[in-house]
Write a protein that binds this ligand. Structure first.
Ligand code: AMP
Length: 301
């Protein structure tokens, strides 16, 4: 079993759905990613929070055995804040506010245990910081990065450099189109592969994902769940669980990645069943495995 380092944002989110508004709930790409990964392997969380982040928040992660030596507290800053609104009829969301706050001061300086990580998930945060963290890791077997519209627009050059440094890239269909200016998913996937990574996973929300590598392609559906309350963090949990599973098996081969994508899909299907981490906090690994078996038999054709 290998350990996983997850780098990214740890946030307060305000979320508006057609049914409800929740203010200042816990979110962040690394927070979701590390939480999901912790069902599979020993995970470390690298990020930064402000003085408004109480120790009881950190305990949510330490309770799951997640290492927090690299979760830095900046006493004179506020935690990253994101506000988003969901429109269920069109299956879309809109960002209303992004306040980088502490992330403008953050510069990852990893502890020795994190530097030794062989599996690294660079969740959403500035690509400059993603590269800074990755450069400190000396034994990397598999590095996968996520990115999003905010960084494609504001930090494109750094993102292009990051893409030459990672093994895999995970992003959603809108972001793939933004980055490549290709509307067709297959053309976008091929172009992204030519930009550096060995594999690319394009997520399509409730329609699942497509995996692209030089000589391989597959598509998996989302796990069908009727109980969608709020989808924030699904993408981060997908990638976090995928990387956690691969680290747990210490594997980077195609067959393992395919199974890992299926575990990512199934783990993400829990997080959408409530706000923040609430649904994940109610389950054990056995429930992920049971849903994985249901997913596997659903796909037996
Ligand atoms: P997802 O729904 O998987 O795309 O991830 C949502 C999470 O990403 C939320 O909890 C936000 O706090 C976080 N997030 C939103 N915008 C950014 C950003 N620009 N940088 C880092 N994290 C972000």
């Amino acid at each position: 079993m290998s350990e996983l380092l997850v780098v990214g944002s740890t946030a307060y989110d305000t979320i508006i759905t057609p049914a409800e508004r929740r203010e200042y709930i816990i979110g962040g790409s690394a927070a979701f990613g590390a939480y999901a990964a912790s069902f599979f392997t020993k995970t470390r969380l690298c990020g930064a929070v402000g003085s408004d982040w109480g120790p009881e928040r950190t305990q949510i992660f330490t309770d799951r055995g997640i290492g927090v030596d690299d979760l830095k507290i900046h006493a004179d800053e506020k935690t990253f804040f994101w506000e988003g609104e969901y429109f269920l009829e069109t299956n879309t969301r809109r960002t209303l506010q992004t306040q980088l706050n502490v992330l403008t001061k953050f510069s990852p300086d990893l502890c020795d245990a994190s530097r030794a990580s062989s599996f690294v998930f660079l969740a959403n945060i500035s690509p400059v910081l993603q590269m800074q963290a990755l450069r400190q890791c000396e034994n990397v077997k598999l590095a996968v990065a996520d990115t999003m519209n905010f960084y494609i627009t504001n930090e494109r050059d750094a993102l292009l450099e990051l893409m030459t440094m990672v093994d895999g890239l995970v992003l959603n269909d809108e972001e793939a189109e933004m980055l490549t200016e290709k509307k067709d998913l297959f053309s976008a996937g091929d172009q992204l592969l030519s930009m550096g990574p060995k594999f690319v996973i394009i997520k399509k929300g409730s329609h699942g994902c497509v995996f692209f590598a030089k000589d391989e392609i597959f598509s998996l559906p989302a796990f069908p769940t009727r109980d969608v309350i709020e989808p924030t963090g699904a993408g981060d949990c997908f990638a976090g669980a995928m990387m956690g599973y691969l680290a747990s098996r210490d594997a980077t081969d195609y067959a393992a990645i395919k199974k890992a994508v299926a575990y990512g899909t199934v783990t993400a299907s829990f997080v959408v069943e409530d706000f923040s981490f609430d649904a994940l906090r109610r389950i054990e690994r056995a429930e992920i495995d049971a849903r994985f078996e249901a997913y596997r038999s659903m796909l037996e054709i």
